[in-house]
Design a protein around this ligand. Structure first.
Ligand SMILES: Cc1cc2nc3c(=O)[nH]c(=O)nc-3n(C[C@H](O)[C@H](O)[C@H](O)COP(=O)(O)O)c2cc1C
Length: 215
């Protein structure tokens, strides 16, 4: 079956949303946590976090159009800091719940039963129940033609469990139970099949043996 641009445009909006949001594949499940200047904390689910570069360490994500009240957006613009927290399959239900609309003064940390934690004097909270959290500083916001924004930021600190860190720097997030998302409601568990050697034309690929873990 092939659907053209014109046929896609004729589909029911929600149906099309689910379909198009499925075709890019499994996306990472992350909670973005922020706090307003006045001290109101907020946490919300995002499936668009991407790696941008390692030196300096940078990540980005897509923010929906700020045409309605968006607490994550407001807090990031106001304070320029946020944390990104990995969602595990175990945390998926609580994380999904954070996507519900809520009043500005109701913290999802409370009504979604997530642990609000802080690293030193970093203004934004992190999710204490998550095995991997990192502090981010806003770098730029790029408008996209559909009204969304692409937000880029730099990494200030990373909190992780060294028991899952291989000796060559690979962090085994699948072993930690990381969840993957398809469309806006499909939660997947991940299992690593293998790691492969650096690809060089004319050289056979090797499956890498598991490196010793720990620090
Ligand atoms: C699976 C899933 C993935 C989502 N990913 C994004 C995303 O990448 N960008 C975004 O702006 N909103 C995303 N959302 C919607 C936000 O979670 C939702 O708008 C939330 O209410 C924002 O909360 P806030 O107003 O506290 O910032 C996603 C929702 C779900 C259920």
């Amino acid at each position: 079956m092939i659907w053209t641009k014109e046929q896609l445009a004729e589909l029911d909006g929600r149906y099309r949303g689910r379909f198009i949001n499925s075709i890019s594949g499994v996306k990472p499940a992350n909670l973005i946590a922020t706090k307003s200047k006045e001290g109101l904390s907020n946490v919300a689910l995002f499936s668009s976090v991407v790696h941008l570069g390692a030196n300096p360490a940078m990540l980005g994500f897509v923010m929906r159009p700020p045409t309605v009240e968006r607490h994550t957006w407001d807090n990031i613009l106001e304070t320029e800091v946020y944390t990104i927290n990995m969602v595990t399959t175990e945390l998926s239900e609580k994380a999904h719940y954070t996507s519900a609309r809520s009043e500005r003064n109701a913290s999802e940390f409370e009504w979604c039963d997530l642990e609000e934690a802080y690293y030193e004097d970093f203004h934004a909270p992190y999710v204490g129940n998550s095995p991997l959290s990192y502090g981010m500083r806003l770098e730029n916001k790029f408008p996209i033609s559909n009204g969304c924004y692409f937000i880029s930021g730099t990494v200030e600190w990373v909190k992780f469990d060294e028991a899952f860190l291989a000796q060559d720097g690979y962090l085994d997030i699948a072993e930690q139970g990381a969840a993957g998302i398809v469309a806006l409601d499909g939660y997947h568990g991940l299992s690593k099949q293998f790691r492969l050697s650096f690809a060089k034309k004319g050289e056979e690929l090797q499956q890498l043996k598991d490196f010793k873990k720990g620090w």
